[in-house]
Design a protein around this ligand. Structure first.
Ligand code: ATP
Ligand code: MG
Length: 508
């Protein structure tokens, strides 16, 4: 029997609002293993790992670290013992550079002298070389795309030389190539005797990189298995307790009238250098245009410009009306809905209730003639949204903050889809969703397309691009390297285009 580095026994967690997230869960990680932690949205994965890393205390149960009973009062105590966690949602300090954020993580809030910073800089360079996880260190992190921020979070913990690294859905924002790189980092950590807990909804990743898996369902332990003795189907059904439905085959469509027209769009990025450098395309009624690409190639800026959050030049027209100079509310009023890539920063107001969040940006039907809010109607509509999109919550009055990551995403997606928009811009719409919810959202997007919705889909997930798009554009270094009907493309070619090759070069 290999030795347990950490062992959690009969962990129960009841949140202050009465939600019971964990019921007497046993969980153990051996030294030198990569351990997958699986379960549907709301199963209790984040709660369990937050307890292991000192962020939450369990309601009852014990934790053994290297065979000794411990109680971590804070993440700092856990980190000191050798446990580091990268959270599902980022905790970076926006105006600080990447290096400053790493230094802060490593040193607490003490102000750093230049010598210390240089020393840490060297160390980070070294870890970037070894791990292949590269990030610019001298840019304020709020200017970095989410995918890059994610890499920075991982580096921040790796620098601490932890013995147990916990990653809560680290791959949700990474490209296939970045995922491969991360996994080779994880394997090499394991071969050095360190341990990793990996939370992910992507079962193929679990099969690829983990040694063992633990599955939770509704806060209870379902099974612990050596990975090689299990299979994709078995894991999927133990997560949901039933067989998974299959995605129905899709038919390609060529769209109807033009809904969105973009010509020579230029969007300034960090330091005035354009992040989008002259992009032209259109999206038609009943059509999904997928934009594939490695995060950080201008997708964020492209979307934020179109929805009125950034200045831009060029031409953007929605149903023939120019969007020049319009802010987010005016753009929304013209029928543009937006699922943002960052659900916590832009999609939701975390301290507000589920009900308030459910009607954000679409208050008109919920106000009476004198501008008062019609709460009965809001609650009814929220209850309907909760039910249709299976949002797990204690109710419309719960704080958005109390929802699990995947359930926050369901709430945002549900709200935007129920606006009955003319054009939907969906940036990573299924990020962090479990298999069943991903399936449901994709089916819903296809159904809305069939009913005439024009959809601009931005996704780093090639499966998603291929399952949904009628046409595919590949974005690289601020431009589209080409737009093509999906049936003329395969994954390999799109992969090459994402790496910067032109259509001509990728054909050969
Ligand atoms: N701060 C909180 N207050 C009340 N309930 C909470 C809080 N945080 C989480 N919960 C609830 O605890 C349960 C487990 O949530 P948790 O975040 O652990 O799920 P998860 O497995 O990480 O899901 P996901 O895949 O969506 O991230 C959910 O029902 C959630 O609504
Ligand atoms: Mg979670």
């Amino acid at each position: 029997m290999a030795e347990n580095l950490i062992e959690a026994r009969k962990i129960t967690k009841v949140y202050p609002d009465g939600t019971q997230a964990l019921f007497e869960v046993d969980f153990a990680v051996q030294a030198g293993e990569v351990h997958g932690l699986l379960g549907e949205n709301g199963a209790g994965k984040s709660t369990l790992t937050k307890i292991l890393s000192g962020l939450l205390s369990p309601t009852s149960g014990t934790i053994l670290w290297k065979g000794k009973k411990v109680r971590f009062g804070s993440p700092r105590e856990a980190l000191k013992a050798g446990i580091g966690m990268v959270h599902q949602h980022f905790a970076l300090v926006g105006p600080y550079t990447g290096l400053e954020n790493i230094a802060l993580g490593a040193e607490g809030v003490r102000i750093l002298g230049p010598v210390r910073t240089r020393w840490i800089g060297k160390k980070v360079e070294n870890i970037m070389d070894r791990s292949g996880l590269r990030v610019p260190l001298d840019v304020p992190v709020e200017d970095l795309p989410v995918g890059v921020q994610q890499r920075l979070e991982i580096l921040k913990v790796l620098v601490r030389e932890v013995e147990l690294l916990i990653l809560d859905e680290p791959t949700a924002v990474l490209t296939p190539q970045e995922v491969d790189e991360l996994f080779s980092v994880l394997r090499s950590l394991a071969s050095l005797g360190k341990s990793v807990v990996l939370i992910t909804h992507k079962l193929r990743e679990v099969l690829e990189v983990t040694d063992r898996v633990t599955v939770l369902r509704h806060g209870k332990l379902v099974t612990v298995r050596p990975t090689r003795e299990t299979s994709l189907e078995e894991l999927a059904s133990s997560m949901v307790g039933r067989e998974m439905p299959r995605m129905r085959g899709r038919t390609n469509r060529s769209g109807g009238k033009e809904v969105l027209r973009v010509e020579n769009l230029v969007v300034p990025g960090v330091g005035g250098k354009p992040a989008v450098r002259g992009v032209s395309f259109s999206v038609h009624e009943g059509e999904i245009l997928g934009v594939a690409g490695v995060q950080g190639n201008g997708q964020t800026e492209l979307v934020e410009a179109m929805v009125g959050l950034r200045p831009w030049t060029g031409k953007v027209e929605l149903n023939g009306k120019s969007l020049a100079g319009l802010g987010p509310a005016q753009v929304a009023a013209l029928g543009l809905a937006h699922i943002p890539e960052d659900r916590q920063g832009m999609g939701l107001i975390l301290p507000f209730s589920v009900a308030e969040n459910a009607v954000l940006g679409k208050l008109r039907p919920f106000t009476d003639r004198v501008g008062g809010l019609r709460w009965r109607k809001i609650f009814r509509s929220t209850a309907d949204l909760i039910q249709r999109f299976s949002v797990q919550t204690s109710g419309p009055r719960a704080q958005a903050r109390s929802l699990s990551g995947g359930n926050q995403q369901r709430l945002v997606v549900g709200r935007e889809l129920s606006k009955a928009p003319e054009l939907l811009i969906a940036n990573q719409p299924t990020r962090g969703l479990d298999i069943a919810a991903t399936h449901y959202i994709r089916e819903t997007l296809l159904k809305l397309r069939d009913e005439g919705l024009a959809l601009l889909l931005i996704s780093a997930d090639l499966d998603e691009i291929f399952e949904l798009s009628d046409r595919v554009a590949v974005m690289y270094n601020g431009t589209f390297t080409g737009i093509s009907p999906v049936e003329k493309l395969d994954r390999e070619r799109v992969g090459l285009l994402m790496g910067g090759l032109t259509f001509e070069e990728a054909r050969g």
